[in-house]
Design a protein around this ligand. Structure first.
Ligand code: UDP
Ligand code: MG
Length: 323
């Protein structure tokens, strides 16, 4: 049934069949190679496609390289942000601009090999609406990255009700129906792989080996990864807020026991443990309270961001063929 529907839309819509969406942030050495490899793969499929590059406020020569590519090949559209808005926002903008019947999100640093795309498309043709690429192996990444990534996926699985598949990045194919539902969601702290799991639809995995970066270094330093994780957790879970209640009950229980012990000690020995205990307890309670104030603050700040309802990103310029 899905195959038939796709046949039909193919005849009637104006856009290309496939959109490749790639966020670009200071990738001047890589971008031309990326373009070439994507084009080689896509041309071998023999159907129309476009490449939507989102320039997320690059400060190197990426912009010039992308403009050159666009000049040579009008299938490449370039959306230039007014500044760096972040990876997840860049992907979201790509979905806003993509016109294809299905959209493939891929990193521009060649860590996601474009050669996996045909396998994803095959699944799509067979009826899948979300095809995510799942990492079988990761080469060339630091132990620290692998460790933090594994902790992150475990934590997310524990804390959230949505089933976010493990070891998947943003490398995935989305059917037009999925893209439309994602585009309708304008929340500011966007964890795209969570959102694309949340929308449902028929999801399937394709396995691949994650490569090393072609050039340059990661644009995700530790503090950005931390932000990213907090965004992911707060977007999909209230557990951190509810933990305060659990802690409260546990501590109240312990303090009841403490009272009992104090009374017994008093009766038996006539003395109660001294000042140090009091000091430790006060500091401990103060610490816990501050932590939970911080947790509330995280959620409150996000509510504030949503209420202001600023646009997700600001575009300086779009390079595309005008019809
Ligand atoms: N990126 C972006 N904006 C940013 C950071 C990264 O558009 O603020 C792009 C970057 O060019 C790359 C992709 O997002 O194509 C993934 O970033 P990176 O490779 O640095 O992350 P990692 O693969 O190390 O997790
Ligand atoms: Mg990368």
């Amino acid at each position: 049934m899905t195959a038939q529907r796709r046949e039909l839309t193919h005849e009637t819509t104006e856009g290309p069949v496939f959109s490749i969406v790639a966020p670009v942030y200071n990738e001047e050495e890589t971008i031309a190679h990326f373009y070439q490899r994507v084009v080689d793969v896509m041309e071998s499929l023999g159907e129309s496609f476009e490449i939507v590059l989102i320039n997320d406020g690059s400060r190197d020569g990426s912009n010039r390289v992308m403009a050159e590519i666009h000049e040579r090949d009008p299938r490449v559209r370039v959306v230039e942000f007014s500044r760096n808005f972040g990876h997840q926002i860049a992907i979201s903008a790509g979905l806003d601009y993509a016109r294809g019947q299905c959209v493939i999100i891929i990193d521009s640093d060649l860590q996601d090999p474009p050669e996996v795309i045909p396998a994803m498309i095959e699944r799509w043709r067979a009826g899948a609406e979300v095809v995510y690429a799942q990492r079988a192996k990761r080469v060339g990444e630091t132990r620290f990255k692998l460790l933090t990534a594994s902790i992150f996926y475990r934590l997310i699985a524990r804390l959230t009700a949505v089933d976010i598949p493990r070891d998947t990045g943003d490398f995935r194919l989305l059917d037009r129906s999925v893209v439309d539902s994602l585009v309708a969601m304008r929340e500011h702290h966007r964890f795209m792989r969570g959102l694309s799991a949340w929308v449902g639809f028929r999801q399937e995995a394709v396995l691949y080996d994650r490569r090393e970066r072609f050039a340059g270094t990661t644009k995700y330093p530790f503090h950005k990864m931390l932000r990213f994780s907090v965004d992911a957790i707060t977007s999909f879970s209230h557990v951190p807020l509810q933990l305060a209640t659990t802690f409260g009950f546990v501590l109240a229980g312990i303090s009841l026991l403490g009272i009992l012990v104090a009374v017994i000690l008093r009766i038996m020995h006539g003395a109660i443990v001294g000042q140090a205990t009091t000091l430790i307890l006060v500091l401990f309670m103060g610490g816990i309270q501050l932590i939970f104030l911080g947790v509330i603050g995280e959620y409150l700040g996000r509510i504030y961001d949503e209420v202001r309802a600023r646009p997700l990103y600001i575009v300086r310029k779009v390079l595309e063929e005008t019809k």
